[in-house]
Each structure stands twice: as C-alpha cells, then as structure tokens.
Design a protein around this ligand. Structure first.
Ligand code: ADP
Ligand code: MG
Length: 240
C-alpha cells in the first residue's frame, strides 16, 4: 500500500530524513515511535506530500507521488490523515464536518453524504452528537469526529500523527479504542504514537526513528522485549 525508498528531506541546511525505507502492506498496522524532532511527522507528511520530499520515492497504492502526472489531491483522498490538533471547522456542526469532504471532493449528494456521515458517527460512538458543534465536545470526542471525517473519503490507508497527544489522559482510551477497531476491520494504518501499550497490542510492526533513520524495526513482542539498538533501549527506558 505504501512503499518508501531512500527518502531524504531537508529543511534548508537541516537534513531531517536521511534515507528512510519503509513498506506498509495492505491491512498492516505500523506504529512509529521516536524522540521529539526525529522526523516522525515529516515521514507521514511526505507520504501525502504535505511536505515535498528532497529525494527518494514514495508510492501510495501504486501512485508515485513525485511523478508529475500524479494527481496529488486524489492520493490525499486515498491516504486519510489525522493530526494531534483536530482541525474541525468550528462554525459547522459535527455531521457537516464529516460530510463536507464527500460533498465537495466526491460530489456526493447531501442525503447520501448525511447517511454515510451518520453511519461513521455511529461507528465512532458519536451518532447522538451529529447536530452539536465542535466546541460542545470533549477533546476525545473531537478527535473521534476527526477520524470519522477522514473515513468519509473512504481512504485506503490512514495516517495518524500523535492523535492522542493533545488529550487529557482520561480521554486517550476512547480514541485508541476507535483506532483499534479500525485496525481489526483491516484498515491499513501508519500511527505515530507515544502510546506504547497501543503499539504493543495493535501494531503488526513497530519502527523506531532517530537521527533521521530507521534505527530498529520489528514485530512488537520482540521490539519491546528485546530491543537491540542502544538508542532505542535508552528511549524505551525513558517512556515506559
Ligand atoms: P517529530 O514529529 O519526530 O517530532 P518532525 O518531523 O516534526 O519531528 O520534525 C523533525 C525536524 O524537522 C525538527 O527539527 C523540526 O524542527 C524540523 N522541521 C519540521 N518541519 C519543518 C519546517 N516546515 N521547516 C523547518 N524545519 C522543520
Ligand atoms: Mg511530530
């Protein structure tokens, strides 16, 4: 579903990604962990070209994002993204936030979009909030709306960038639960997270990025029980 080869990204003189190779298969859940500033968000943002890679190749569901003929807006609908900040439209109710994409991007009729939107809100446990406005929701509820909004474009892969980092601790679980459910339904997911329990339980593979390269990559059991890279051992010692 995603194939990244020798991805480099610099911001001016700062080389943030120094040759990332990463393949994500259909239905796979890959969690990315690593210190702040190590380039985790930059990797995700390069996948849907929110950042322009400096060099390397990124192919998403067969679309080479660097190729001039590739319609990047189409690729972005295939790769839904959920951010730490939910970025909901404050002046639109929950249902309208979810249906905006299908109506504007897919040209769906309102009745059909509303039906889809209500189904998705049901899925994230918020059907009863459809007519509420974002400011009336908790952080956990807003993030679940943001997930429903991404799903409304029927993406083939979901990219999550620290989706629970801005939440009060007691609200983290409800968002992780929705993500876990998505994973169980077979969604291909790349998740940047500090939630080690989630990574251990839900990921098929965990990746440690540090100093712009993938330092370690393994299935979760071995990754956490038997880390090889000293920097990973140090990192896990600090966060666990
Ligand atoms: P992480 O998500 O792992 O915390 P990021 O990918 O956000 O790290 O950032 C990696 C590095 O790139 C940081 O040093 C950050 O300051 C820098 N960086 C990220 N985005 C930009 C940008 N748009 N312009 C300049 N520097 C950036
Ligand atoms: Mg980040």
């Amino acid at each position: 579903m995603i194939k990244i080869q020798d991805l480099h990204k610099s911001f001016g003189d700062l080389e943030v990604l120094k040759g990332i190779d990463l393949t994500v298969n259909k239905g796979e859940v890959v969690c990315i962990i690593g210190p702040s500033g190590s380039g985790k968000s930059t990797v995700l943002r390069c996948i849907n070209k929110l950042e322009e890679p400096t060099s390397g190749t990124v192919v998403v569901d067969g679309h080479d994002i660097m190729a001039p003929k590739t319609n990047i807006n189409y690729v972005r609908t295939e790769a839904g993204m959920v951010f730490q900040q939910f970025n909901l439209f404050p002046h639109m109710n929950v249902l309208a936030n979810v249906t905006l994409g299908p109506i504007k991007v897919r040209g769906m009729r309102r009745a059909e979009a509303d039906k889809l939107g209500l189904e998705l809100l049901e899925k994230v446990g918020l059907a009863d909030k459809a007519r509420n406005y974002p400011e009336q929701l908790s952080g956990g509820q807003k993030q679940r709306v943001a997930i429903a909004r991404s799903l409304a474009l029927q993406p083939r892969v979901m990219l999550f960038d620290e989706p629970t980092s801005a939440l009060d601790p007691e609200l983290v679980g409800e968002v992780l639960e929705v993500m876990k459910q998505l994973a169980e339904e077979g969604m291909t997911m790349v998740v940047v997270t500090h939630e080690m329990h989630f990574a251990r339980e839900v990921a098929d593979r965990v990746i440690f990025i540090d100093q712009g390269v993938i330092q370690e990559e393994n299935e979760p059991e071995a990754f956490f029980a038997n880390p090889q890279n000293p920097r990973l051992r140090d990192f896990l010692g600090k966060v666990q």
